[in-house]
Design a protein around this ligand. Structure first.
Ligand SMILES: Cc1cc2nc3c(=O)[nH]c(=O)nc-3n(C[C@H](O)[C@H](O)[C@H](O)COP(=O)(O)OP(=O)(O)OC[C@H]3O[C@@H](n4cnc5c(N)ncnc54)[C@H](O)[C@@H]3O)c2cc1C
Length: 436
């Protein structure tokens, strides 16, 4: 039996704790916040409960495997609901569904067919295996040059959109997958086209009660298997003897001995955008509103220039991704909770801490929503905002370092696919550590 310390109690940390405790190890999870959940912990106020990251789960098989391998199946503690289709509304006109010509379905199918081939290629070496940065890419190039050609890392998503899609709305939609992953579609790899493919093939899922309910279920499973979770304490240092870990040092001066340390903390890497989450508690219901609506701006290029250009700044007319729920677990009876996500330039461009900057922009977003037909200004009971200023990139860090006994959950990939990726990464780490 190994003594394991897991640093960070978000989904990845709790998932690896549950698995390792199940394998018979003595596991302690150390979390610096007062609550578990990390980015998935959400916010609560005045009877409203919001997710502060987009609350859709993709590739649910990763979660199902976690619950099955640590005891009872996922369905015994949590029900995942298939998400109804997202409404895409373009700045220039009506919803995508009504807007595109007859060729649109065929074009979109072609994008998916291409993405399916890419997915088959990247799935094994990049999603279901430890990511070793350029080394992974080099290995693929040496061993399977034809597969590398299929991924075409030199092709951008803009290029893919231009050559595959005739409808400007569809091009905007495809490129938006790069923006929501924090990247400029004019430079991001075409491989990001696998994101809509994965959503369509494996569907998107809601967790009733929000992502917090998912984290709570994983926390409970870890504790049930014997892991000890401590909150309000930071790990300040991983200590070593020779080239092996021997423990961690905590901010309260204590040390915890360990044979294995798993870092499940956010990675600090290069990041291209920030995200503002506007959290609204609204009186009453909005008629005919889907649970997820994306409002695209009329001028997509202006948004990209504001986010990634030389003179970057807050986007005047941004893409707004609106998640609305009147579920009694997230809003008082008869009311609605909205989480609105908007991309903003990367850290250093906007001084969010300067007085009034964030609140003025939040007010501007309410005006923009009103312009787009969603005037909720006189229904606001509570309003908050949160800026995710340092989302780590989607890129995953190596699972293991050069120090024996030190493992890393893939870091919290920014957005797209982060939830399944950290869950799979937890499984890889547990496999690498093995049985007690
Ligand atoms: C804006 C945004 C949008 C996203 N959108 C999506 C999406 O659409 N789909 C999706 O699947 N995923 C998405 N993600 C990613 C998803 O939120 C993460 O994958 C998920 O939170 C799991 O991350 P994690 O377990 O790696 O850690 P995190 O949630 O990053 O948590 C790390 C934890 O470690 C703790 N910690 C850090 N340092 C220490 C220390 N020294 N000592 C102790 N504790 C420490 C932190 O307090 C935190 O609780 C998004 C993320 C962001 C920020």
């Amino acid at each position: 039996m190994s003594r394991v310390v897991v640093v960070g109690a978000s989904l990845g940390g709790l998932a690896v704790a549950a698995r390792l405790a199940r394998l018979g190890h003595a596991v302690v999870v150390v979390e610096r916040s007062d609550t578990v959940g990390g980015a998935l912990a959400g916010r609560e106020r005045d009877g409203f409960r919001w997710d502060t990251v987009p609350p859709l789960v993709t590739l649910p098989a990763a979660l199902r495997d976690l619950f099955l391998k640590t005891g009872k199946p996922l369905e015994s503690v949590l029900s995942l609901e298939p998400a109804e289709p997202t409404a895409h509304v373009f700045g220039t006109g009506p919803a995508l569904e009504a807007d595109c010509g007859a060729h649109a379905a065929d074009d979109w199918d072609r994008v998916h067919a291409n993405a399916a081939r890419r997915w088959d290629t990247v799935r094994g070496p990049f999603v279901e295996s430890a990511w070793e940065g350029r080394r992974s890419m080099r290995r693929l190039a040496m061993q399977h040059p034809r597969q590398l050609a299929r991924i075409a890392p030199w092709r951008t998503l803009r290029h893919e959109a231009d050559r595959m899609l005739r409808d400007p709305g569809q091009r905007q939609l495809l490129e938006h997958y790069a923006v929501s992953a924090g990247a400029d579609p004019r430079r991001a790899p075409a491989a990001l086209a696998v994101l809509p493919y994965v959503e369509r093939t494996f569907r998107s899922w809601w967790v009733p009660g929000g992502l917090r309910a998912l984290v709570d279920a994983v926390h409970d499973r870890a504790v049930l298997r014997g892991a000890v979770v401590t909150t309000g304490t930071s790990v300040t240092e991983v200590t070593t003897t020779g080239r092996r870990v021997d423990g961690v040092r905590l901010d309260d001066g204590r040390s915890l001995p360990a044979d294995v340390v798993v870092q499940a903390t956010d990675l600090k890497q290069r990041r291209d955008t920030s995200v503002l989450a506007l959290l609204l508690g609204l009186r009453g219901w909005t008629p005919a509103l889907r649970r997820h609506t994306v409002l695209f701006p009329a001028d997509a290029e202006a948004e990209l220039d504001a986010l990634f250009g030389r003179r970057a700044g807050l986007v005047t007319d941004p893409t707004m991704s609106v998640f609305a729920s009147a579920d009694p677990t997230v809003a008082p009876a008869g009311d609605e909770a909205w989480s609105v996500f908007v991309a903003a330039p990367g850290p250093g461009v906007v001084d969010w801490d300067a007085p009034g900057v964030a609140s003025t922009y939040a007010g501007h977003l309410l005006d923009r929503l009103a312009d787009r037909g969603y005037d909720v200004r006189n229904r606001v009971i509570v309003s908050e905002h949160q800026v995710h200023q340092e989302p780590p990139t989607h890129r995953r860090a190596p699972m293991t370092g050069r120090v024996g006994g030190l493992f890393r959950i893939s870091g919290s990939p920014r957005r797209a696919g982060g939830i399944p990726i950290v869950t799979m990464s937890a499984a890889m780490v547990a496999d690498a550590v093995g049985r007690a």
